[in-house]
Design a protein around this ligand. Structure first.
Ligand code: PLP
Length: 419
């Protein structure tokens, strides 16, 4: 009997085999078709490996205490602790923490905070609120209608195009073209409510990287021209780019910052949107029309928050940044063999993330090679999910050298087979 499950981002006419996962441990997933090395951290969420003992213990302990509680009017210790913990480690100036449950909702909240800020401050001054959002070419900020709007438009969004709001689109700051991006931002930021960016690396857009100086320049232009600066660190947060947050490398303090994937170490869904005092204060009033009108049923679920608290504790007590540096170095060593290889282009790395493009006749996300590559890797016991012809390796931080070799041997074998 065929399964009633409809899988995400899956064309069921082309993908018919779904290995049944029953167990995770470190970088490994056990399935009924054999072991899989999780080289993409289960869609970029798992940071310390599957089932880190402190994460598992936190889930069990919290499940024994409090499962769920409405978060309006009530609060609870795990949420209070995580909020304080995050403010301690976040870029300076971020002072408030709003909970939600996925990267997309964290971004929705960020956009609503920015628009609410302008509505509330301008109505006080009697002016017209800024409403435009600026975003980058190739951006990805989520799959809800609100977050698809600043995201890149294409085959993914075509059916919903009439419902997406217009944004000011900046060219991606590719090497040699950074000034073009900054010049266009200078014009747009004078009237825009906010710029939203994925700092240093555009994930779903194809692991496209740009340098910290450009991120810093963008933040400065926003500040000078009054536009809010939103850092979508949903993927980059919690160490992926080599530092705790990507913004750290640029010395940038965003007005709003979104976190989700690595927040619980990847075990449970949870997200936060951090903002400055100014943005909170713009909503602070005895006038109830200025309330921040957003919630979801499971906002700040206690078990998810306790898991995030355990993650923060792991960051405080274990040498996570050292592991990240070691992984970065291991990735770099293994990329070396592909750098001069004519079958590959754009061999690149940022922190723990390595990416390279297989040269094919039809590059891009829908490149026929993507699915064939994924199936090839799965057959070899390696979970990689290329973005079209872009192969990227984003494993949990504890991966060993020998395990990483399995991944790169699979990539070499794929090149031998397909190019
Ligand atoms: C994954 C991602 C999102 C969306 O997060 P979900 O939890 O999948 O909704 C948003 N922004 C960025 C940069 C992401 O990588």
């Amino acid at each position: 009997m065929s399964s009633p499950v409809w899988h995400p981002f899956t064309q069921h006419a082309l993908t018919t085999e779904f290995p049944l996962v029953s167990r995770g441990e470190g970088v490994w997933l056990e399935t009924d078709k054999g072991r899989l090395l999780d080289a993409i951290s289960s869609w970029w969420v798992i940071t310390h490996g599957h089932r880190h003992p402190k994460i598992v213990a936190a889930i069990k302990a919290q499940a024994d205490q409090l499962d769920q509680a409405i978060f309006a009017n009530l609060t609870h210790q795990p949420a209070e602790d995580v909020a304080r913990g995050l403010i301690e480690i976040a870029p300076r100036g971020l002072a408030h923490v709003f909970y939600s449950d996925s990267g997309s909702t964290a971004v929705e909240v960020a956009l609503k905070m920015a628009l609410g800020f302008w509505k509330n401050t301008e109505s006080k001054r009697g002016g017209k609120p800024r409403t435009k959002i600026i975003a980058l070419e190739h951006a990805y900020h989520g799959d809800t209608v609100g977050t698809m709007s600043p995201g890149a438009r294409g085959v993914f969004t075509a059916a919903y195009a009439p419902f997406l709001f217009d944004v000011v689109r900046l060219p991606f700051p590719a090497a040699g073209r950074e000034q073009e991006t900054l010049d266009q931002l200078k014009v747009a930021a004078k009237e825009a409510a906010a710029l939203i960016v994925e700092p240093l690396i555009l994930g779903s857009g194809g692991m496209l990287m740009y340098p910290p100086e450009v991120l810093r320049a963008m933040a400065i232009i926003c500040r000078r021209n009054g536009a809010l600066f939103i850092a979508d660190e949903v993927m980059t947060g919690f160490g992926r780019t080599g530092t705790l947050f990507a913004c750290n490398q640029a010395g940038v303090s965003p007005d709003i910052m979104c976190l989700s994937k690595g927040l619980t170490g990847g075990s449970l869904p949870l997200a936060v949107t951090l903002c400055t005092r100014e943005i909170f204060d713009a909503h602070y009033s005895e006038d109830r029309s200025r309330t921040f009108f957003h919630s979801s049923s499971f906002t700040a679920n206690p078990i998810a928050c306790a898991t995030a608290r355990a993650n923060l504790e792991i960051w405080r007590t274990e040498p996570v940044l050292e592991r990240i540096a070691a992984l970065g170095a291991m990735q770099e060593e293994r990329l070396a063999r592909f750098r001069g290889d004519p079958r590959f282009a754009n061999v690149r790395r940022l922190g723990t993330i390595a990416a390279l493009d297989l040269k094919v006749a039809d590059p891009g996300y829908l490149s026929g090679i993507g699915l064939r590559l994924m199936e090839f890797f799965m057959e070899r016991g390696v979970l990689l999910r290329p973005l079209g012809n872009t192969i990227y390796v984003m494993p949990p931080y504890g991966i060993t050298a020998a395990e990483l070799d399995l991944v790169y041997d699979a990539i070499a074998a794929a090149a031998a087979k397909f190019v």
